[in-house]
Design a protein around this ligand. Structure first.
Ligand code: UDP
Ligand code: MG
Length: 335
């Protein structure tokens, strides 16, 4: 190592303690759970011996959650509290947690004590084996079967099939991420459960480990069965983003051209029978189909062109690239 590089390392060591581990926790009306969760987490994290921070994101709670978080942050410098102006949902809270995380590794978990902080070392160990995302798998799930566990089984099977990232338990919030991967993910809606799939284009290595799961003791679950529909919609979007995000014209353009061709064939056939057999075509349903196919094909084509332009704006306005460099090797190159 040359001198300049050595100095940079020194400076970092003296001036600021680097945080290794950031634990991010979305909180929505979890006043009974917070103090217990904090004690449990603290015990596990102190034992691990890494530098760490615990980030609570209060997602517009109406109970005493924020007061509790504030108290914790005032007495323990490891605790960071972020408060939303209103309830934006778990996905937004997680996203805010990732954005504010200073650690090299980010752990996400729920505030409701259904995840167990004691599983964190297990996740970290797996991460150190070279994975980028380690997802918890609630092998022995403690939720009602018909309303929660069964729909979740079907959803996991479907998501795995569609995205090609095979996990038993997408819905488990307890996951460990390398921060450079976590910070590259942008997610909206209910998409936090799809993060391992969304990380696929980044070339992230994903795995899972069985974790403990406890029944909810305090407070209520914030979701019901209606979540299933949102998840299905999000899945369609995720599939699209995974396969065509950088080339939307392929989907729209492709379908558009097929429709136009079909439409032309139908119309050509009608013209043929009209001219050669003198048949009346004005009241034939086929005429309607022909016109409809051509028109919707043209619309598809133009949607594809617009989508393509938007994609370019998305990448270029944010200085993003449609690829991600893992490392660069060059003589004299310092990162
Ligand atoms: N949560 C949130 N905002 C919401 C709903 C939930 O921050 O609008 C938090 C909640 O406090 C908990 C986590 O997200 O820490 C998971 O919520 P919940 O336990 O209700 O989900 P379930 O375990 O039933 O899937
Ligand atoms: Mg829960």
């Amino acid at each position: 190592m040359d001198k300049i590089a050595e100095k940079t390392v020194d400076k970092k060591d003296n001036n600021q303690e680097e945080i290794y581990l950031s634990v991010t926790i979305p909180v929505y009306n979890e006043e009974e759970n917070l103090p217990i969760l904090y004690e449990k987490l603290k015990k596990v994290l102190d034992n691990l011996g890494y530098t760490y921070e615990i980030i609570f994101i209060d997602d517009g709670s109406s109970d005493r959650s924020w007061e509790i978080i504030k108290e914790l942050a005032q007495k323990d410098p490891h605790v960071v509290g972020i408060r939303f102006r209103r309830n934006y949902g778990q996905t937004a809270a997680m996203s805010a947690g990732f954005e504010h995380a200073r650690g090299k590794i980010v752990i996400a978990m729920d505030a409701d004590l259904q995840n167990d902080p004691e599983d964190i070392p297990k996740l970290l160990q797996k991460l150190e084996e070279g994975y980028d995302i380690v997802s918890g798998w609630r092998k022995d799930r403690k939720d009602p079967f018909i309303s929660r566990t069964l729909p979740s089984k079907i959803a996991n099977w479907l998501i795995s099939k569609v995205t090609g990232v095979h996990l038993h338990d997408y819905g488990c919030s307890l996951k460990a991420y390398r921060a450079d991967v976590a910070k590259q993910l942008d997610f909206y809606g209910e998409m936090h459960r799809f993060l391992p799939a969304l990380a696929k284009p980044l070339g992230a290595k994903v795995t899972e480990v069985p974790v403990k799961h406890h029944p909810r003791k305090f407070g209520k679950s914030k979701y019901g069965i209606s979540r299933t529909f949102k998840v299905i919609l999000d899945l369609i979007l995720v599939k699209f983003l995974l396969d065509y995000r950088t080339k939307p014209f392929r989907v729209f353009g492709g379908t558009g051209i097929i429709l136009i061709l079909l439409g032309f064939l139908i119309l050509a056939y009608l013209v043929f029978v009209k001219i050669f057999f003198g048949e009346d075509i004005g009241d034939r349903p086929l005429l309607l189909f022909g016109i409809l196919f051509v028109l919707s094909g043209i619309m598809m084509l133009s949607t594809g062109i617009i989508a393509e332009l938007i994609t370019r704006t998305y990448y270029e306005s944010q200085g993003k690239r449609p690829y991600i460099v893992k490392e660069i090797v060059r003589k004299d190159y310092k990162d």
